[in-house]
Design a protein around this ligand. Structure first.
Ligand code: PLZ
Length: 423
């Protein structure tokens, strides 16, 4: 097998520079909570391919289901000749998302595509144009979702013009808004919506219940319910983007549950497919069914291999109770992060839920972001074999997203590496 160094040379000559990688090592195999590279090094996986391999890499049920499906048929296009597994995945989305009301679902290929379709559905159902999003939000890289995403570098720089009728309002960000309460932060956002957009113009309010790329920002308690209640009152569709938070990641099937919020629509992807590309929009039947027949779709949406993988991943999450596993990961990692934060004036906060945890690095004595130290710590982690990612508008958040099936030994080893890297 070629070495990572050789592969890097080939890559530079073949792969566009715009597509970059976090580590220079090329993967040979992966499973559970580790990856092995082509140079024979083992990595502890605190990334899960950006919150995707919740059930682990090559989870046995997923592998078996994909293999079995590949032998029967690989693609017909659900819009041409339908098959059961697509329907079954929609049934699972309906059963697992919050809210006992009547729902429908539709399947797509990527998170961005799910978000685009949620906006299409909300606009169609309400007949209104405006979409409200939040500071630090991340919703994708397609044209509409770039407009919905907050951060310019690297996501939007020189890629405009962007889609119109997108309005950004302040987020609840306890470390950075002076500890504004959830309801007060919601009032601040609602005031901007009412004064600058107008409730009657809003098709959708779109929010990540815990922000992902934007910095693992957990809004203050009461923020999400207040925003959802306002949307209901204004006749706007409340859309929870659970693409990163969904499928047991935060210790519940969906993060909206922690605040008792029942979104009108939920977007899902990532963990849903156990590593295969699949995404969904699920929510109120009257909204989903408002769209005319033929108005939603795509060649590959709900591809049979991806549906087989999703059904197997969901079964694995149920059988192994991976929501509980995520809570156990939180119980093991978060106190350790809090101890590190207490001893290090450069850690502004340890936060997160379940297996979606982070520390935000700041200049000692205040909350000025420390991106340089974040980069240095991440590099030291990589040198020592711990795969971690950064995030945040200011690039100063270290995030921890282990597969939910990771072993305690790997978690503890990962924390040791992190602690040494911070030193
Ligand atoms: N909504 C909340 O987290 C994807 C993006 C990585 P796609 N997050 C990882 C990168 O740099 O491209 C994401 C998300 C939330 C939407 C998306 C978009 O999902 O499957 O990447 O399109």
């Amino acid at each position: 097998m070629p070495s990572s160094e050789e592969l890097h040379k080939r890559r530079t000559a073949a792969v566009a520079r715009g597509v970059s990688s976090v580590v220079p090592s090329y993967v040979e195999s992966a499973g559970g909570g580790t990856l092995r590279d082509v140079d024979g090094r083992e990595w502890i996986d605190f990334a899960s391919g950006i919150a995707v391999t919740n059930v682990g890499n090559s989870a046995p049920r997923v592998v078996e289901a994909v293999r079995e499906q590949a032998g029967r048929f690989t693609h017909t296009c659900f819009m041409v000749a339908p098959y059961e597994s697509y329907v079954a995945v929609c049934e699972q989305l309906i059963a697992l998302t919050p809210g006992e009301f009547e729902k429908r679902a539709a399947l797509f290929n990527s998170g961005a595509e799910a978000v685009e379709n949620a906006v299409k559905i909300a606009r169609h159902a309400t007949g209104r144009p405006a979409v409200v999003v939040f500071d630090h939000a991340y919703h994708g890289r397609t044209n509409l979702t770039m407009a919905l995403t907050a951060k310019v570098m690297p996501y939007k720089h020189r890629f405009g013009p962007f889609a119109p009728e997108v309005y950004r309002v302040p987020m609840s960000y306890p470390l950075r808004d002076g500890g504004l309460s959830g309801p007060d932060a919601a009032m601040r956002a609602i005031d901007v919506i009412e004064k600058q957009v107008g409730g009657a113009n809003v098709a959708a309010v779109l929010i990540e219940p815990i922000q992902g790329e934007g910095g693992f920002v957990v809004p203050a308690p009461g923020f999400l319910p207040a925003i959802a209640a306002w949307a209901r009152g204004a006749g706007a569709v409340f859309v929870a983007d659970e693409i990163q938070t969904g499928f047991c990641r935060t210790g519940a099937w969906f993060a909206s549950e922690h605040e008792g919020v029942e979104p009108d629509l939920v977007t899902t992807a990532k963990g849903m497919g156990g590593g295969l590309p699949i995404a969904g929009v699920v929510g109120r039947a009257e909204l989903m069914d408002a769209v005319h027949a033929g108005g939603l779709g795509g060649t590959y949406g709900g591809n049979p291999l991806a549906c087989a993988a999703a059904l197997a991943a969901i079964e694995t999450m149920r059988e192994l109770d991976l929501a509980a596993a995520a809570r156990r990961i939180e119980a093991r990692i978060l106190p350790a992060l809090e101890r590190l934060a207490a001893a290090d004036a450069g850690i502004g906060e340890a936060r997160g839920r379940g297996a979606m945890l982070a520390i935000e690095l700041v200049k000692p004595g205040g909350i000025e972001p420390d991106a340089a130290r974040t980069t240095a710590v991440v590099r030291a982690c990589h040198d020592a074999g711990l795969l971690v990612l950064t995030c945040g508008t200011y690039g100063n958040v270290l995030r921890f997203l282990p597969p939910l099936v990771i072993g305690e030994r790997e978690v503890d080893r990962g924390l040791e590496i992190l602690e040494a890297a911070l030193r």
